[in-house]
Unconditional design. Structure first.
Length: 301
């Protein structure tokens, strides 16, 4: 990798580590939100590096939809053990069983929207004051509006028109009781930066990101992996294709892409030539023009 890219990634790494240390110094009870995807994996490694040789001073929180890929959960448990991290898991199914959330109907009921309730309940349960997430500004237009320190009110909601200025890397973490912050250390990273950082530091990632054979069904222009949570409709056909995933989430809304990229170098080349964002394969973002922003206002990641 050319020295320019190394220098660029080093600068991004230093910025993210600085933000994480700011969180640890300003808040008594921070937490790192963990989805099992590449961005949150990089976040976990950055946290490990930020506080090494000491232990990471905050736990990981995974909101499990119950519709995860098995590979994601297996990798999550391996990573927690490998980096000696603390993990808290809360389940969307529990929110449904308690009547706090209502399961969608249809052939592929998504639970991404239901995560908000489980997440807010978990933050309140543990009294977390700051929740760090792996969102990047290039992912989706609503995320480009947020600051590094994104204030949330007592209901966990976000007001995009009422955000605090961030000048000269000064972050204001002051809040009232029952309010909290979402913090995004990867704000200035791109998808390409993530992949190049993974390659440079030889970070292990789930095999789902590389080409493999999988049974899929084409629906609404996407290739969805067959699973117990998806009903194959009349007229649809299950096909066995060579695919990979650019993003990992709820199996009912995370689309695969046909690809032969089986190494990090091939994935990077493929991303460089892509003209569709990684979230272009997410059905939950296609429900409306403002789908992500609406969810974020309600308390989503």
């Amino acid at each position: 990798m050319p020295s320019y890219f190394r220098s660029h990634l080093k600068q991004l790494e230093s910025e993210a580590i600085y933000v994480m240390r700011e969180v640890a110094s300003q808040f008594e009870r921070p937490v790192l939100l963990f989805s099992g995807g590449k961005d949150s994996i990089v976040m976990a490694h950055l946290a490990h590096r930020a506080f090494y040789p000491g232990k990471v001073p905050f736990p990981l929180l995974h909101v499990d939809t119950g519709h995860n890929f098995d590979e994601t959960l297996e990798f999550r448990d391996w990573l927690v053990k490998e980096l000696d991290l603390r993990l808290i898991v809360r389940y969307v199914q529990d929110s449904i069983d308690q009547g706090r959330a209502v399961e969608e109907s249809g052939p592929n009921p998504m639970r991404n929207g239901l995560q908000t309730i489980t997440l807010l309940d978990a933050l309140a349960e543990h009294k977390f004051e700051a929740a760090m997430g792996g969102a990047r500004r290039d992912e989706e237009k609503a995320r480009a509006k947020e600051r590094f320190f994104s204030h949330r009110d007592q209901f966990g909601q976000w007001d995009p028109k009422n955000q605090r200025p961030e000048l000269w890397n000064l972050y204001n973490g002051r809040k009232h009781a029952n309010e909290h912050f979402r913090v995004f250390p990867l704000s200035n990273w791109t998808e390409m930066d993530i992949w190049q950082y993974i390659a440079l530091n030889r970070i292990e990632i789930p095999a789902l990101y590389f080409s493999h054979r999988r049974d899929v069904v084409q629906r609404d222009g996407m290739l969805l992996a067959t699973c117990p949570f998806i009903t194959v409709m009349p007229g649809e056909h299950v096909e066995n294709k060579v695919v990979r995933f650019r993003t990992i989430g709820d199996m009912t809304c995370t689309g695969a892409v046909e690809s032969m990229a089986s190494t990090l170098e091939e994935v990077i080349q493929e991303i460089a030539a892509a003209r569709v964002t990684e979230r272009g394969a997410r059905a939950d973002d296609k429900r409306s023009e403002a789908a992500m922003e609406d969810r974020k206002k309600q308390g989503y990641f």
